[in-house]
Design a protein around this ligand. Structure first.
Ligand code: MG
Length: 253
């Protein structure tokens, strides 16, 4: 099943995707009790928003060996935060801040939490997952290297594209994730190659922090991300979810 969040007039609504081109409004977030209504929209005409509205976004660093370069694999998952204010939806523009000098994309599989979760174990962690979506963990590398905190390297406005859909029923140990810049493939990975698996990540985080329905966990990026520049188009594709497409533009002074 696939779900989306759409803009209808001045309201954000959740909907269920049916067939090739229909989205039916549902009465509440898809991870809560809800009903499907008869109000349908054409997917091709709908303004898609990021498919959830999380209280927090946690991202995992250095979680694919082909992304490590000469860095050591971390012994435990390495979470950091992205602010919810960095989030944008499918089709929105990634704006390169005026002072940024090296911005890169990072294609990632994102977990959408479905149930409140504290002290999960590897064995029951998947019970707390509602579904998966595409994320682009946009990063400014010089700020990431030189600032004490990653506050702007990872959370400048528009540095968190998410979407287009949440897909349920995927196998967390076998989800393909790739990235194209202007149609050219630059990253191509699969969650079967994660250093710390999806259940392990949920166990590690929920030991100290309660995860709430709608929260997002970005699971790490494979391979070697590349620079993105004014005028580029970036597509993150997660197998079973769809394609998250965003254009890139330089901030106007
Ligand atoms: Mg990342």
């Amino acid at each position: 099943m696939k779900y989306a969040r759409i803009q209808v007039g001045n309201k954000a609504m959740y909907g269920r995707v049916e067939g090739q081109n229909a989205i039916y409004e549902i009465t509440d977030a898809p991870w809560r009790d809800h009903k499907r209504t008869d109000r349908a929209h054409k997917l091709s005409d709908a303004k898609l928003l990021s498919p959830c509205n999380p209280g927090k976004i946690i991202a995992i660093g250095l979680n694919y060996s082909d992304h490590l370069g000469d860095r050591k694999a971390p012994e435990v998952p390495e979470p950091f935060f992205k602010t919810v204010s960095s989030m944008v939806g499918p089709g929105d523009t990634i704006v390169l801040p005026r002072e940024a000098t090296k911005v890169q994309e990072e294609a990632e599989v994102a977990i959408v939490i479905g149930k409140q979760c504290k002290n999960a174990t590897v064995d029951n962690a998947t019970d707390f997952i509602f579904g998966y979506t595409c994320a682009n963990d946009v990063s400014e590398r010089n700020w990431q290297k030189n600032d004490l905190q990653w506050w702007r390297a990872k959370s400048s406005d528009t540095f968190g594209p998410i979407g287009p859909y949440i897909a349920t029923g995927l196998d967390p140990a076998n989800i393909g994730v790739s990235c194209r810049i202007n149609g050219r493939v630059v990253q191509d990975g699969n969650t079967k190659n994660l250093i710390h698996s999806i259940p392990k990540i949920i166990e590690f985080i929920s030991r100290v922090m309660t995860l709430e329905p709608g929260d997002l966990i970005l699971t790490g990026t494979p391979g070697i991300p590349e620079d993105i520049n004014d005028g580029d188009s970036v597509e993150v594709e997660v197998e079973g979810v769809g394609i998250l497409a965003n254009s890139v533009c330089a901030e106007q002074s």
